[in-house]
Design a protein around this ligand. Structure first.
Ligand code: ACO
Length: 372
């Protein structure tokens, strides 16, 4: 009988050059996340993931030009967003929209490395404007087109609010995008690679990944954190609330991690950012509740916040609707997913694990007429 590793915990499924997590330090292609978050833009970070090293100035400028050629969202995709039923969950809408983007990409089925690279850039450019268009359409507003010469973070906020973001708002989203861009063989990346390993196209791989990221145990946790903070309320007895939740064996969203046991390095950045952005705003009470929860979870459960915990109050302070928190994760992680898909295509072997059968023993079919 084979040993089953529940949840594939600890299973090393493949070799990768993209990202490492060793002794609690997250690195993209050898660069520590703290170093990256302090020093590079999301565009440089995406280039690093797609091209294996940071861009030189001319390469960074060329990448910006490449993005400038790709911001526009095909009218057919905008039409598709108009056709979605009212109240559809944004992550589900985004899953559909990315699939639709593939229909309007003449290179969708091309498997050349150059075409796949161009598709990755298209996705990076168009995802922010698509999220913005979705939100505006559901509010009865006209989508606004992205602007050339601007960053992915700037255009995301512009396409969402139709208002030029401040430098602080742009920088906050930019850093959040760097922090979320890549994370080794997490659930959604594994889905992307598994789909790619069948030699299906890049859009299909990213759609698979979006479906996995949507779940509350993965990227969906940031939205659940905000809902939890709202449920707890601003003046509540946080300890009493937590004791009751733990007694009911509830998972406290934004805590725990399959890989980090001594703290998620990304959470520290988001903690600082959330404290700064919420200060003096109506969201400060949520931030204080978050800090209280962090202390209580450490003492009662020895569990620390993950990337999703303080990203919730960070995004809320920027005025972003709660149900768009996970779509921001998509905007960022598209860089990591595409890097992994390109790596998978470069040295492919079908990913196909086995299952240990524990069902009914051998049986003989009785025909329908005889089954009564
Ligand atoms: N709240 C309460 N208890 C928890 C939590 C939590 N957030 N996380 C883990 N535990 C407990 C479990 O109940 C379990 O206890 P038990 O052994 O007494 O049954 C033990 O810790 C181990 O938990 P598992 O769920 O088995 O750990 P796993 O490695 O499978 O899961 C996960 C990791 C999914 C992240 C988990 O910690 C969790 O559900 N957290 C909440 C959801 C969340 O924040 N997800 C985002 C993760 S980061 C990301 O994907 C971007």
């Amino acid at each position: 009988m084979a040993t089953v590793q529940e949840g594939l915990e600890g299973v090393v499924a493949l070799e990768s050059d993209v990202c490492s997590i060793v002794d609690g330090v997250l690195r993209y292609r050898g660069y520590a996340i703290d170093d990256l978050a302090a020093n590079v833009s999301f565009e440089e970070c995406a280039w690093l993931l797609l091209h294996e090293d940071l861009p030189a100035s001319a390469e960074a400028a060329a990448f910006r030009r490449e993005l400038d050629g790709e911001w526009s969202v095909p009218p057919g995709v905008i039409q598709g967003l108009h056709l979605l039923p009212k109240g559809v969950v944004p992550m589900a809408a985004l899953r559909t929209a990315v699939s639709l983007l593939g229909h309007f990409d003449p290179e969708a089925e091309s498997m050349s490395p150059e075409a796949n690279h161009r598709k990755a850039v298209r996705l990076l450019a168009k995802t922010g404007p698509v999220i913005g268009a979705f939100d505006r359409i559901r509010k009865g507003l006209e989508p606004v087109p992205a602007r050339a010469g601007k960053s992915i973070a700037w255009n995301f906020l512009w396409c969402l609010f139709g208002k030029e973001p401040t430098a602080t708002q742009e920088k906050s989203i930019d850093v959040a995008l760097v922090l979320h861009a890549e994370h080794e063989l997490n659930a959604s990346t594994f889905c992307a690679r598994q789909t790619a390993s069948t030699l299906s196209d890049l859009y299909s791989a990213v759609v698979s990944a979006i479906g996995a990221l949507k779940g509350p145990l993965h990227g969906g946790a940031n939205e659940q954190v905000m809902e939890m903070l709202t449920r707890i309320g601003p003046d509540a007895d946080v300890e009493a609330w937590l004791d009751q939740a733990l007694a009911r064996k509830e998972k406290i969203m934004g805590f725990g991690h399959r890989v980090y046991k001594t703290g998620d390095p990304r959470a520290r950045w988001l903690h600082e950012m959330s404290g700064r952005l919420t200060k003096g705003t109506p969201h400060e009470a949520f931030f204080r509740t978050s800090e209280r929860l962090e202390r209580l979870m450490a003492s009662k459960k020895r569990l620390l916040p993950n990337v999703d915990f303080y990203s919730a109050t960070t995004y809320a302070a920027l005025g972003i609707p709660t149900d768009l928190f996970t779509p921001i994760f998509v905007l960022s992680r598209t860089a990591g997913w595409c890097a992994h898909v390109l790596e998978q295509y470069g040295d492919n072997r079908l990913i196909r694990p086995r299952a240990e059968y524990v069902g009914a023993p051998d049986r003989v079919v009785t025909t329908l007429a005889k089954r009564g």
